[in-house]
Design a protein around this ligand. Structure first.
Ligand SMILES: NC(=O)c1ccc[n+]([C@@H]2O[C@H](COP(=O)([O-])OP(=O)(O)OC[C@H]3O[C@@H](n4cnc5c(N)ncnc54)[C@H](O)[C@@H]3O)[C@@H](O)[C@H]2O)c1
Length: 392
């Protein structure tokens, strides 16, 4: 086992790969363990499997210097003192956490562990999960930390150095050793209890998720009255600082915000009424838009163009994207659609300008920068969900 070696499990994923790159750039030797062979091969060839600002060039440098490599062989972790777990922690169709694969991984991991390893959980989990994992591995290794990832996807390398890093653990050794590695990549660490770190992570995402739902609810109210939400929002904020932080409306989607709000709800025995209302509002927005349009237009006779498919701007990730949900909803109603995206590749995509010229109704569903200056004929029906064009 080598002190300077770090193994990241789920290392070819959206959290694992950027974290591995940040650590390798500070001198650690990083082994990314993952079961996605396609992404492993890409990484070993110096090619990022997905968009993440600044990672493509750093990966090339780190692979060239042999500071990072990817593998599917978990036994490689025997060479590493630190093992950071970045596996997914999904919810099921009923919005309950489904940690079956996550938990069962630790039974496998246990076989490779000894008392000197430092195991760090980086994934987002709900209170009690760390205790459960500790009970699985403690007969071989008692050093378990929980240090949740809090970056915004796409901005990892920029944000990692700036964000305060939460450090919690089952013993002093786990906490001190984890802080040693994180202090290399961020300015400040904060020590908390495990349950505090578990809650801080979920509260942060639920807070954002609920916040966005407020604007989405107001947007729906305005649409019902035939009013412009963005005109009202601008006036709300004008010389009135108490409203300055009201977000824009938009599809609140992706693999984290809804999932973590629902993890929290499940932890709170589904009495998290704010979180549940936010889910209904945010997830209901695609259907609301189509229902509203169909009050005025016969959508069977229109072509609806969807601008943007990824779950957030300037990204190629469509996991839990509400733009995709919108597209599927339209298709299920047998309404003709056209689709475009700047980053996510799909054989059905067409160029944004062609989409604009061929569609009767245009919905800006993901606010990619490239749509800001699109020329859209006033005769077309435009649903500018994010207020992107008005904001110019
Ligand atoms: N994506 C984000 O921006 C973000 C931000 C903060 C926290 N998180 C949390 O981090 C965790 C990971 O999220 P992500 O977005 O990186 O997910 P991801 O799906 O991109 O990455 C998970 C990786 O784990 C791999 N994997 C799955 N099972 C495996 C196994 N048994 N052995 C080895 N590899 C395995 C997958 O192939 C994948 O590459 C989640 O808990 C998520 O909520 C994500």
């Amino acid at each position: 086992m080598i002190n300077n070696n770090i193994c990241i499990v789920g290392g070819a994923g959206h959290v694992g790969a950027p974290l591995g790159l940040a650590l390798s750039s500070k001198g650690f030797n990083v082994i990314l363990v993952d079961k996605n062979k396609k992404n492993i091969n890409k990484i070993n060839q110096g090619e990022m499997p997905f968009l993440e600002e600044g990672c493509a060039s750093l990966l090339k440098r780190m692979v060239y210097k042999k500071k990072i490599k990817a593998t599917s062989d978990l036994s490689e972790l025997k060479k590493c003192k630190y093992i950071i777990i970045c596996l997914g922690t999904p919810i099921n169709k009923k919005f309950n956490p489904n940690l079956k694969n996550f938990i069962s991984f630790f039974y496998l991991l246990k076989k490779y562990l000894n008392k000197n390893h430092i195991v760090v959980i980086r994934s987002s989990i709900y209170p009690g999960v760390c205790d459960k994992i500790f009970s699985i591995i403690k007969s071989r290794c008692k050093n378990l930390s929980y240090c949740p990832e809090r970056i915004a996807q796409g901005k990892s390398l920029k944000e990692l150095p700036k964000l305060s890093q939460l450090i919690s653990g089952t013993n002093e050794k786990a906490k001190l050793e984890s802080s040693k590695i994180f202090k290399k990549i961020c300015k400040k660490v904060i020590y908390t209890k495990i349950i505090e770190a578990e809650l801080i992570k979920l509260f942060s995402n639920a807070y954002r998720y609920i916040n966005f739902s407020i604007s989405n609810q107001f947007y729906m109210m305005c649409k019902n009255e035939g009013l412009d939400f963005y005109k009202i929002r601008n006036i709300m904020r004008d010389n009135y600082d108490r409203n300055i932080n009201i977000p824009s409306a938009g599809f609140t989607a992706g693999p984290c915000l809804l999932k973590d709000t629902m993890q929290l709800s499940s932890f709170y025995k589904h009495k998290f009424s704010l979180g549940l209302s936010a889910k209904n509002i945010n997830e209901g927005l695609p259907k609301f838009i189509i229902e509203k349009l169909s009050e005025t237009y016969n959508l069977k006779k229109k072509i609806v163009g969807i601008l943007g498919l990824s779950f957030k701007a300037e990204n190629d990730d469509i996991r839990d994207s509400l733009s995709i949900k919108l597209l599927k909803y339209l298709k299920s109603k047998k309404i003709k659609t056209l689709q475009s995206d700047e980053y996510y590749r799909d054989k059905n995509n067409i160029d944004k300008k062609v989409l604009v010229s061929q569609s009767d109704i245009i919905i800006i569903s993901t606010p990619h920068r490239a749509y800001k200056n699109l020329k859209i004929n006033k005769k077309k029906i435009l649903i500018d969900l994010w207020g992107l064009i008005e904001k110019k």
